[in-house]
Write a protein that binds this ligand. Structure first.
Ligand code: OSB
Ligand code: MG
Length: 368
């Protein structure tokens, strides 16, 4: 397909409530929306680099720079036969996976639409509905958390994930388990601990957690293997996994028993599929993480999570759990049975609400 125009939109969307993690508090989310126009078709993607380099070294500013100065010039005006053509061209750019993933996602949407296939079908998805959970930030006290969880369970969410940080961990887990003995519960530390906290993790073994997400350093695989040997609860890696190679290392070292896949973190849907397939061959379940995406990124996440080895509920929640108004139409909603419908229309399967997109855009640039 002849790549004619590419537009970047730096968006800033206010969260319905602040999101506190061991990395800090977020009040709004900044991402980059990527639009690719070719032969009368428009493809959309979202780069999940944030305003700050706290989850990843990438930021909106670095992703914009890499897109504008390297990735876009490499494909604009070219006739791409398939997505792997673009990936091969970008291979010389090391890292910057969130920048790549945003543009790659727009190409996936474009190619799926050109073949009149839903993105789910085009990616190899096999489900019409996916199981979804909710990721809850650190609350000011245990009662606040219990209230939140009660509300989300009432809306149908199948699994609860809470963020933890040193000093804001075991007491929250204990009180949630006391109140809700049977719910699917997991925790996410976002790298806030080290091996000296071993006793704390051993204590967590008593609360039937589904998994502990990224307890140790964001760039570690080795020490997680030491921790996993000492505890029964499965470790799930998020921050440490950027590629199929990282996945192989983590599985080979027994550093985790579960993998969180976020297309942004691993450079896109192509790498996500490789990780998904490899984990499936090794009997390692995967689930879909989230980056507080707008509906554009969320649509891609829902499509990817329809692949068969996404066997645990994802951090894919309804639009209104994040934002008062989403930039897609229809917005994403949760069914009362804790599932979300996978869009069936071609590509990402939702329309862009251009008025809403314009209202959250703080910077825009067109390339041709
Ligand atoms: O660690 O999974 C994480 C949001 C931003 C950065 C990192 C993470 C998260 C979440 C939110 O947990 C998940 C969601 O989008 O619902
Ligand atoms: Mg995480």
């Amino acid at each position: 397909m002849q790549i004619e125009h590419i537009s970047l939109y730096h968006i800033k969307m206010e969260l319905v409530s602040p999101f506190k993690t061991s990395m800090g508090v977020e009040y709004d989310e900044e991402h980059i929306i990527v639009k690719v126009e070719s032969e009368g078709i428009t493809g959309w993607g979202e780069s999940v680099a944030e305003a700050t380099p706290f989850y990843s070294y990438e930021t909106v500013t670095t992703a914009w720079h890499i897109l504008k100065d390297f990735l876009i010039p490499d494909i604009i005006g070219k006739n791409l036969q398939n997505i792997s053509d673009a990936i091969a061209i970008w291979e010389k750019v090391r890292g910057h996976r969130m920048a790549k993933a945003g543009l790659e996602a727009a190409l996936w949407d474009l190619f799926a639409k050109s073949k009149n296939l839903s993105l789910s079908k085009y990616l190899g998805g096999t489900r019409e509905k996916i199981d979804v959970g909710v990721s809850i930030g650190i609350q000011s006290d245990e009662n606040e958390l219990i209230n939140k969880v009660e509300n989300y369970l009432g809306e149908g969410y199948k699994r609860i994930k809470i963020k933890i940080a040193p000093g804001e961990d075991i007491q929250y887990i204990k009180s949630l388990r006391r109140e809700f003995p049977d719910i699917l519960l997991q925790v996410d530390a976002n790298s806030a601990y080290n091996l000296s906290n071993l006793n704390l993790f051993k204590e967590m073994d008593n609360y039937s957690l589904l998994l502990i997400e990224q307890p140790l350093a964001y760039d570690d695989i080795y020490e997680h293997s030491k921790l996993q040997k000492e505890i029964k609860t499965p470790i799930c890696l998020d921050e440490s996994i950027h590629s199929l190679a990282d996945t192989k290392a983590a599985i080979d070292l027994n550093s985790c028993k579960i993998i969180n896949i976020k297309p942004g973190r691993v450079g896109g849907f192509t790498e996500s599929k490789l990780i998904h397939d490899y984990c499936q061959s090794k009997n390692i379940p995967v689930w879909h993480g989230g980056m507080l995406e707008s509906g554009i990124g969320r649509a891609g996440n829902v499509a990817l999570a329809s692949l068969p080895n996404f066997t645990l509920p994802g951090d894919i929640s309804a639009s209104k759990r994040y934002y008062k108004n989403d930039i897609v139409d229809p917005e994403f909603v949760i069914n009362s049975d804790g599932t979300m419908d996978v869009p069936k229309l071609p590509g990402i399967g939702v329309n862009i609400n251009q008025k809403m997109l314009d209202s959250v855009t703080v910077r825009k640039e067109l390339f041709k």
